[in-house]
Design a protein around this ligand. Structure first.
Ligand code: FES
Length: 382
């Protein structure tokens, strides 16, 4: 006998004859399980209290399903593209995009959890059982124990009364379905929403806002003052030796276009670190082959987007001449074309070619970056 208890075991034929209740009782006995209490939560079926409990559980599952559905609808159709504050109504709806996603998904998950908790509390028997542990001398379960265990499981399902609670089953299906659909659609959302679809720049991963719209257009270096329509351009004398400033592209044609001015700040691949090296440091600079003319005097401009996974590498340490990315501590050498010298990043920060506009005295970009900025992507060749 595998249990080690003195029990009269049934023969194979007797086992085949036994019904579920008998198997449950036998399994309990063999496992040394004693039920101190095994109350039926609803000894009288169909009472108003039971129906009310069923409706409450179904209500939570239905709420989970409806919130999941709202999450899906918001994710696909809610106005999600940036609208400047000047567009009062459009900006209001745009600003609700993230909160709506958070609230609908959160309510869906919470309501589903409440539904499960309530069902467990109201409909599962709360038995009190005592069992002696038996590992069958390390030999694993035999056929007898497997059958009795399966009977226990089926019995638990039966006693949970889920089979006859169609409202709960349907609403739980709705909740699980919507939540599951939301989880499944998340990785696909990038195929539904293409941020470059209306940008006029079909190869958005290869170009940034520093690309001129037409030949001969000047793209100035602009600092952010906190006011979108306030255009503050950068002159070489604005920075002290050893200083760093974050700059964004500015095109004269966009001066009165609040939306375009906002986009220039918001576009993720636009931020550039403009570093003015100290003269004694500038003498030690090692330039990248083919990019010897990308600096203007002691001024070097590097993309701010880390080549590891795209965090803003915003820290320039003047003493070590290193650019630091706070996310995973990659470090780039500002004296050696921002080559990575520590941490997980493997590619140098792309350098923006800059010069002085002789007509205005402001710094401008000579052209766009000559390589994609930020982390790698499938289509990237290098
Ligand atoms: S994103 Fe910069 S180190 Fe990881």
């Amino acid at each position: 006998m595998s249990s080690g208890n003195e029990q009269q075991l049934p023969t194979g034929a007797e086992l085949a004859e036994m019904n579920r209740d008998e198997l449950v009782a036998l399994g309990g006995k063999l496992d040394g399980v004693e039920f101190a209490e095994y109350p039926d939560p609803w000894p009288v079926k169909g009472t108003r209290a039971e129906k009310r409990a069923e409706r409450t559980v179904a209500m939570w599952f239905t709420l989970a399903g409806l919130s999941g559905l709202a999450f899906l609808v918001a994710m696909i159709w809610w106005p999600w593209q940036y609208q400047p504050p000047a567009e009062d109504s459009a900006h209001f709806w745009y600003s609700l995009y993230t909160p709506v996603l958070g609230v609908t998904l959160g309510v869906s998950i919470l309501a589903f959890a409440f539904g499960i908790l309530l069902y467990t509390k109201k409909f599962l028997p709360h038995e009190v059982a005592v069992q002696q542990r038996d590992d069958n001398m390390g030999a694993g379960s035999d056929e007898l124990h497997r059958q009795t265990f399966a009977a226990h499981l089926a019995d638990a399902g039966n006693r949970s009364t889920i089979a006859r609670r169609s409202a709960i089953k349907r609403s739980a299906g709705l909740g699980i379905g919507m939540l599951g659909l939301g989880a499944a659609i998340l990785p696909l959302i990038g195929f539904i929403k293409n941020p470059h679809a209306n940008s006029g720049n079909k190869s958005g991963l290869y170009h940034t806002g520093w690309q001129p719209d037409k030949p001969g257009q000047k793209v100035f270096l602009r600092r952010y003052t906190g006011v979108t329509h306030e255009v503050s351009l950068v002159r070489p004398e604005d920075l002290d030796a050893g200083a760093m400033e974050t700059v964004f592209p500015f095109k004269e044609s966009e001066r009165h276009d609040e939306h375009a001015l906002s986009v220039a700040f918001k576009r993720v691949d636009n931020p550039v670190m403009l570093i003015r090296l100290r003269p004694q440091d500038a003498e030690k600079v090692v330039k990248r082959e083919g990019q010897e003319g990308f600096n203007y005097g002691d001024y070097y401009a590097y993309s701010k987007i880390c080549t590891h996974v795209g965090c803003p590498a915003s820290l320039y340490e003047q003493r070590t001449k290193r650019i630091l990315c706070p996310c995973h501590q990659s470090q780039f050498d500002a004296l050696m074309y921002a080559k990575p010298i520590f941490g997980p990043a493997t590619r140098a920060l792309p350098q923006l070619p800059i010069t002085l506009d002789p007509e205005t005295g402001y710094l401008i970009a000579k052209h766009d970056f000559i390589e994609p900025v930020g982390p790698g992507f499938w289509e990237r060749k290098s």
